[in-house]
Structure formats: C-alpha cells, structure tokens
Ligand binder design. Structure first.
Ligand SMILES: *Cc1c(COP(=O)(O)O)cnc(C)c1O
Length: 424
C-alpha cells in the first residue's frame, strides 16, 4: 500500500521500470506536465522522424513517395501495422489516416444503413461534442431529424454511463451504436467487450471512439468483435498537434464499400491506372480518402518506437498505479478543501487521468500553471490530471499534490478569475 511520505514517492520511482523514458521527451526539469490526455509531449525521436521526412522532400522531391527510409506512398499502411498492437487489431485492420472527426464521418457513412424500423443511432449524453455533431449531421444527410433519431443514453450521476443502461437502450429501432472507450471528462473506461456482445446479440453494429484510451490502455478490438473504431494520436500517442488519426475496421467488414471514397482508398497496385472505376483496397486501407498528410504523420514513426520498446501493458500497469497513488494523495492531503474525485475508482473502469471536481476549478488551474504545473480544465468544474506513464514520475505527483495543497491553504487561487480561457 501507499505511504504519504516524500521518500515513498522516491521509492516508487526507483522501482519504476519506465523511469528512464522521461529523457526521451522535451520537458524542463521542474515542469510537471499533466495534460498528456489533451496533447502529449514531443518525443525526441518524433522530432527526428519528422526531420527525416522533411529531408526526403528536400533531397528526393517527388521521389520521396517511393524512395528513402519511409516511402510516403506506404506510410499510412506501415504505421497502421505498428499501431495495430496498441488497439488489438490485425495489421490489415488498422490504418493511420484522417482526423478523429473525419474518420467518424467515414465510418458512420459506411456502417449506418437504416432499414425498415432500424433507423436510429445510439450514443451517450457525455460524449465529446464533435462526435455528437458528426452523428447529428449523418442523420440529417439521411433525411432524419436528429432530435428523434439520435438516442443519447443518460448518465445517472452526471459523470459516468452505466453499461446496463446502454444495453437497455439497444432496442429494435437501433441500427448503429457509437460510444467512447473512455469518457473524456470523468475518465470512465467502458466495457468494450460486454457492450459489443450485447449489441451483436441484438443485431446492431457498434463502433468506439478511442481518443482517450489509445496509447494508455491496451485494447482487443479484433477479439472483442468491435465493428469499427477511430481515435487520435496527438493525445497519449504523442504525435503532435493535428497529428493524423487512426481507424480500425474489423476484417468481417472488408467487403463493404466505404461511404466516402477517394483515390487513396484504391488497391495500391491499381491506384495509378487512373481509371474512373474505383477498385478498393481489400483491407482497412479502403477507408482512406485523399493524399496522406505526410508531415502530420511523420512524428508517429519515432513516437511508436517508444511504445514498441516499453510495451502497452507496462504503460497501463504504471498508469494504473500512478492514478491510484494520485487519488490516495488527494484523499490524504486535500480532504479539507472541497474536492470530489469524479473518476471511477476500480482499475477496470478507470482511464488514464483522474478527474477532480471543484467549484473554483478554473482559478485553481490558473494558479497551478503559475507554479509550473500544466493541468487541464473542463468547464464548469473539472480538473483533469493525467500522470502519463512515459514522462510523469511518482515524485511529480507528490509535488503536484503538495503545490495544490499550498494553493488551497493560502487561498492564492482566489487571485484568479474563475472563468475558462479561449482554449480549455
Ligand atoms: C480529442 C477528441 C476528439 C477530437 O477530434 P478531432 O477530429 O481530432 O478534432 C473527438 N472526440 C473525442 C472523444 C476526443 O477525445
């Protein structure tokens, strides 16, 4: 069990098999970065791989598509193969392409095929707004009113979604279900397998948004039978702002024609025949649309080295211990200051961040930033703190909690406006 002392934090660090990875990232010694669930830090190897790809442009010009160490023409496929172990997909089921939101549009336009009484899409009321906007617009494109055809399962406590409530909502009028793996605010991890089995037992297709879990939590999308999934890489996979996203399509569905087609979804040997008849790739590559964003993909080449060396299981083990230690210290040190822990406590229901709720959350986050700590604020009252396994030490967590305690004891947070900034 944990102890509240500083020496115990050092002891945890001494026993941490991942402790040396912090040096792989750009971060100053004193800074505590707890926002890797919004934008991961820059890995030095990602900087190098981006530089390598820029050099290929410099020296090879158009030859870069086929030559050099990382031929651009195959980059989305080769990186998909390397992401596959993080999500539990077969290499041919995973592609690095698009953005989270455009991949969702692509997948819903492929998998949402309303027929007879099955016309509705089932989601939840706590998902990220962009996902909901995309689902609403897909319904409108089919001539349906989202107010009637988008069902959003309600939360019982404003923080979490009960899987049994989702299963109860899987009625005969539902054609498709889209849910997050981890809720962006409370950090609840949903039971992907249970939900997928329940959906399939009722003849409904199901897809997951993995933005808040890929790179932090191992998935088994193929084995679980998930129909499709999509996620970004700029959070826990450290691919940089606007980094190209990922998608998974189960190989049961390789015969489907993508809803949105473009020439980069072609069979690669046929693509340059330039015919007006689309010959689709026989795998998840078919769901690409246009020319890949090569420079926004390149950082992944280096970043994935780190995942291959460390292993996603080891990253998850440390993340679970770090979030447990964080919660322990919050309860030890901050119980007098009106915080509520809003994330689930159980390992199998907890994502990569903890969620502290406080009525002065915005001011508290501003005060933390002035103490060289980067938290993450979500209006109106949530402070998300992600002790990312690669670059947050146990002693960082210890220091963060004690700095937070000083801010609360001395009430210095009251010097700041309790309002969000433009980006929060
Ligand atoms: C981060 C995030 C997004 C962002 O989508 P983009 O298309 O990359 O802007 C969408 N959904 C969820 C659940 C997210 O966490």
């Amino acid at each position: 069990m944990f102890k509240p002392t500083e020496s115990f934090a050092h002891e945890l660090d001494a026993n941490d098999p991942l402790k040396d990875y912090k040096h792989e990232f750009y971060i100053s010694d004193d800074h505590i970065y707890l926002d890797g669930n919004s934008l991961g830090l820059m890995p030095k190897r990602a900087e190098q791989s981006l530089q390598d790809v820029m050099n290929a442009w410099k020296h090879e010009a158009i030859g870069g598509w086929m030559n050099g160490e990382h031929p651009w023409f195959y980059l989305s496929e080769t990186l998909g193969d390397r992401i596959a172990p993080l999500v539990g997909g077969k290499p041919e089921e995973v592609m690095v392409t698009g953005s989270t939101t455009t991949n969702l549009h692509q997948l819903v336009s492929t998998f949402y095929q309303p027929k007879g009484e099955r016309t509705k899409i089932l989601a939840d009321e706590l998902n990220f707004p962009s996902d909901i906007y995309a689902l609403q617009s897909q319904l409108r494109l089919h001539g349906y009113d989202p107010d009637e055809h988008l069902i959003q399962v309600e939360s019982r406590d404003g923080r979490t979604i009960d899987e049994d409530d989702v299963i109860e909502a899987m009625t005969n009028d539902v054609a498709l279900i889209v849910l997050p793996t981890v809720l962006y605010r409370s950090g609840q991890l949903l039971n992907v397998r249970k939900l997928t089995e329940a959906a399939h037992a009722r003849g409904i297709l199901i897809g997951f948004d993995g933005c808040h879990s890929v790179g932090a939590i191992p998935h088994h999308f193929h084995e679980d039978g998930v129909d499709f999934a999509y996620w970004c890489h700029y959070k826990y996979v450290n691919s940089g702002p606007g980094g190209v996203a990922g998608l998974f399509v189960h190989d049961n569905h390789f015969d489907r024609t993508p809803g949105l087609t473009g020439w980069f979804g072609s069979d690669k040997d046929k693509q340059f025949d330039m015919e007006h008849t689309f010959t689709k790739a026989q795998d998840a590559g078919a769901f690409q649309i246009g020319t890949p964003h090569v420079f926004s993909t390149a950082p992944l080449i280096g970043s994935l080295d780190l995942f291959e060396e460390a292993g996603i299981e080891a990253l998850r083990a440390k993340s679970l211990q770090a979030t447990a230690y964080f919660m322990y210290l919050v309860e030890q040190e901050l119980s007098d200051f009106g915080f509520t822990i809003g994330n689930p406590r159980e390992d199998e229901r907890r994502g990569g961040h903890i969620c502290l709720e406080h009525e002065a959350a915005a001011s508290i986050c501003k005060a933390l930033k002035d103490h060289d700590i980067t938290p993450d604020f979500r209006a109106p009252n949530v402070i998300r703190l992600a002790p990312v396994a690669f670059y947050v030490s146990y002693h960082d967590i210890y220091r963060a909690v004690h700095i937070l305690k000083d801010i609360m004891t001395n009430e210095t947070y009251k010097q700041y406006q309790n309002e969000r900034d433009v980006i929060a």
